[in-house]
Design a protein around this ligand. Structure first.
Ligand code: LLP
Length: 421
């Protein structure tokens, strides 16, 4: 559920007309709804209500905007970070370090030092060499790093290959079969405090069965590790729950369904459970607002050329992802159209032959469910400045990332002396 609704025939985000934002800020622009963020946090939390003090660590990669993070910090969420940059952004937005978990296969010694200085809650280790490096870094600082190993359970998440992470051929985690040996070796590393087990098998999961299979393996491992004398006290079940993108498709499992499965599978586990949801918190809380530049005749359907492009919203060209495209002020007529951006690549295509609202040059369209992995994956390809972002709350709204002037791209480069004259 979201708070993008039509009032008097024109799309509003909460109480603010989308057209007012487009007029004031220009397009393309990402628009986020606070009420939707709050609702999604509530619903996710309610699904886990039977658990004792779970840590819900928002996956910052899904949307690292300071205003979004500050909203989630106020709601008591922690953060799952994958770089020193994400760690600093989470802390700057008010997320306490003792609610931060650090994931990722390539943490550098410098990032480890930074996270140890801040005193984060847990490092999720993804290999034995990483464990050795972290132990050394921690010892050099006179500290012990709280760690879990991320297990690769060799489970097929049933999602797009580029966002599947839990198969044995993927780069993530340590193999399940090697886990007992890896934990035994980690116990001998004096800079580590081995406290948990972690798993994350992929993103945009629309079936709970692979998650349940992975969690069951984590449960068995926790039992085996405790029997082997490890003081395992956390179980991090990752993120991955899908959201509805295409209204013609069956709904993915709800956070309530997910929570019920988690509570059933983890009953009696002697650990504090942790979660790393990203998309399910922010996905439907954001839309990319864009204006139609012109409509051009096509072989089978007209090309609707909008001012947003693959550099603003990469998901369709990278994963063939489907985003609902709605007119902000629909005429009521529907017809097939190809929706494309201005970037000089055929991959700069948002939809082909899509039955959608008929739009003309100058009309506004909204790409829905763009709050997760939208602005954060934007780039400046074709020398298009980064997409600005707006946060709405009730009848208030604010620019939370301004559109950079093109000079930032020109002045960001420098010309070496030998070319200067
Ligand atoms: N935890 C870890 C360790 C992760 O790698 C991820 C996402 C999450 C949590 C959050 O997953 P979520 O709840 O959002 O599914 N750019 C892609 C998605 C990549 C996800 C990467 N990892 C997309 O646009 O679909």
């Amino acid at each position: 559920m979201d708070h993008f609704d039509y009032v008097d025939g024109t799309m509003h985000v909460e109480q603010v007309p989308m057209a007012a934002i487009a007029d004031a800020v220009g397009t393309p622009v990402y628009v986020y709804s606070t009420a939707t963020l709050e609702r999604h946090v509530d619903v996710f939390r309610a699904g886990l209500a039977a658990l004792d003090n779970p840590l819900i660590a928002f996956a910052v990669k899904a949307n690292p905007n300071a205003a979004v993070l500050a909203t989630l910090a106020k709601l008591g969420l922690g953060a799952d970070v994958v770089s020193g940059g994400e760690l600093l952004r989470a802390v700057a937005a008010g997320i306490p370090a003792d609610r931060i978990v650090f994931s990722g296969v390539g943490k550098t010694a410098e990032e480890m030092r930074l996270a140890l200085e801040h005193g984060i809650f847990q490092f999720n280790l993804e290999s034995e060499p990483e464990a050795e490096m972290l132990s050394e870094v921690a010892l050099s600082m006179g500290k012990r790093a709280p760690v879990a190993y991320r297990i690769n359970p060799d489970v097929d998440a049933g999602t797009h290959a580029k966002i599947s992470t839990g198969k044995s051929e993927n780069k993530f985690g340590i193999p399940y079969d090697r886990a007992i040996a890896s934990y035994a070796a980690a116990r001998d590393l004096p800079g580590l405090d081995v406290q948990g087990v972690a798993v994350h098998i992929g993103s945009q999961l629309t079936d709970l069965a692979p998650l349940e299979a992975a969690f069951t393996k984590v449960g068995a491992l926790i039992t085996a590790l405790r029997e082997a004398g490890h003081d395992i006290r956390t179980g991090d079940l990752g993120g991955g729950l899908g959201v509805p993108y295409d209204p013609s498709q069956p709904l993915p499992p709800s956070p309530a369904d997910y929570g019920a499965m988690v509570c059933r599978v983890t009953q009696g586990w002697p650990v504090r459970l942790m979660f790393e949801p990203g998309r399910v918190i922010v996905g439907n809380a954001g839309a990319l607002l864009s204006r139609v530049v012109r409509v051009k005749q096509g072989a089978k359907a007209p090309f609707v050329i909008v001012d947003a492009a693959m550099n603003d919203l990469l998901r369709p060209s990278l994963y063939d992802a489907w985003h609902d495209i709605r007119a902000v002020a629909p005429s009521g007529q529907l017809a097939a159209a190809n929706v494309v951006g201005p970037v000089c690549e055929t991959g700069d295509t948002f939809a082909m032959g899509r039955d959608m609202d008929v739009v003309e040059a100058g009309d506004l369209v909204a790409f829905m469910t763009a709050g997760a992995y939208g602005a954060t994956m934007a780039g400046t390809y074709n020398s298009r400045p980064l997409t600005p972002e707006v946060l709405v709350s009730g009848d208030r709204w604010a620019v939370v990332r301004a559109r950079p002037p093109i000079e930032t791209l020109i002045e960001g480069d420098s010309i070496p002396d030998w070319l200067a004259d």
